[in-house]
Design a protein around this ligand. Structure first.
Ligand SMILES: [Zn+2]
Length: 252
């Protein structure tokens, strides 16, 4: 009996949702979940079929340094496993990491355009992400060793989302569902901003209106940090949002 079966299935499902929603390019990208002795992560290698078609058998277990502990011979930890290992090492509040390459978000990393808080009631979660402001990792390289993993995690700091210039995004959460929804929501926010820039000059909504959604807005930390340093919840309805996007992606 595989003690990690349910967790493997959840990570695989998150991969399929992200893939089906078009949030990453070809086979690339990986999602992980912290587990006993290390973490579970989507593997790469000759036996993989791509994020969109990920099965639980492609979710391998690695130790805290990213070294493979189990899984088929034709699969190994992704080159960029160091994104995951360093975030788990440096951030005890993080239990899941998503790393993907969504085109529209990447466009914002390669221009001087900012992702702005352009809506409120349209999608309060997207507003929260815009106000929190994603971190930026300014290099376009693969995070393929411990030195770069540490550098990347330091650049991300306490942020929920990190944009990676000319590369992709990394999101984190206390659960697989929240880390995945953060990736979906930053992509939706970026798509809306992108279209607004095409149509004209987007402008941010007022501080007063932002405050109705994020009461701590305007404080030094932007209302983004709870007293224990944890991230505030991404949204109030994680379960129903998860169910919605899973269904949209053909799951269930
Ligand atoms: Zn990457």
């Amino acid at each position: 009996m595989d003690a990690f079966a349910a967790q493997r299935e959840l990570v695989a499902k998150a991969c399929r949702i992200i893939g089906n929603l078009g949030l990453t390019k070809a086979a690339t990208g990986h999602i992980s979940a912290r587990c006993d002795g290390g973490f579970l992560v989507r593997a790469r290698g000759r036996d993989e079929v791509g994020v969109r078609y990920t099965t639980a058998g492609e979710i391998i277990r690695v130790d805290g340094d990213g070294e493979k502990l189990d899984g088929p011979d034709g699969l190994k930890a992704p080159q960029e496993v160091f994104i995951h290992s360093w975030l788990y090492r440096m951030r005890p509040e993080v239990n899941s990491v998503v790393h993907v390459h969504p085109k529209t978000v990447v466009l914002f990393t390669i221009t001087e355009k900012q992702i702005l808080p352009i809506f409120g009631a349209y999608d309060p979660t997207g507003l929260r992400l815009a106000v929190e402001g994603p971190a930026l990792y300014d290099r376009a390289i693969l995070i393929k060793n411990d030195l770069l993993g540490e550098e990347f995690a330091a650049a991300m700091g306490r942020a929920r989302i990190c944009l990676m210039r000319g590369h992709g995004i990394t999101t984190v959460g206390p659960t697989v569902e929240e880390a995945t929804l953060a990736a979906i929501k930053i992509n939706e926010l970026a798509e809306m901003n992108y279209e607004a820039y095409l149509l004209g000059t987007p402008r941010s909504i007022s501080d007063e209106d932002i405050k109705t959604f994020i009461p701590g807005y305007g404080r030094e930390d932007g209302g983004n940090t709870a007293s224990d340093g944890a991230m505030p919840p991404l949204m109030g309805n994680v379960r129903s949002s998860w169910r919605y996007y899973a269904t949209l992606a053909g799951e269930n």
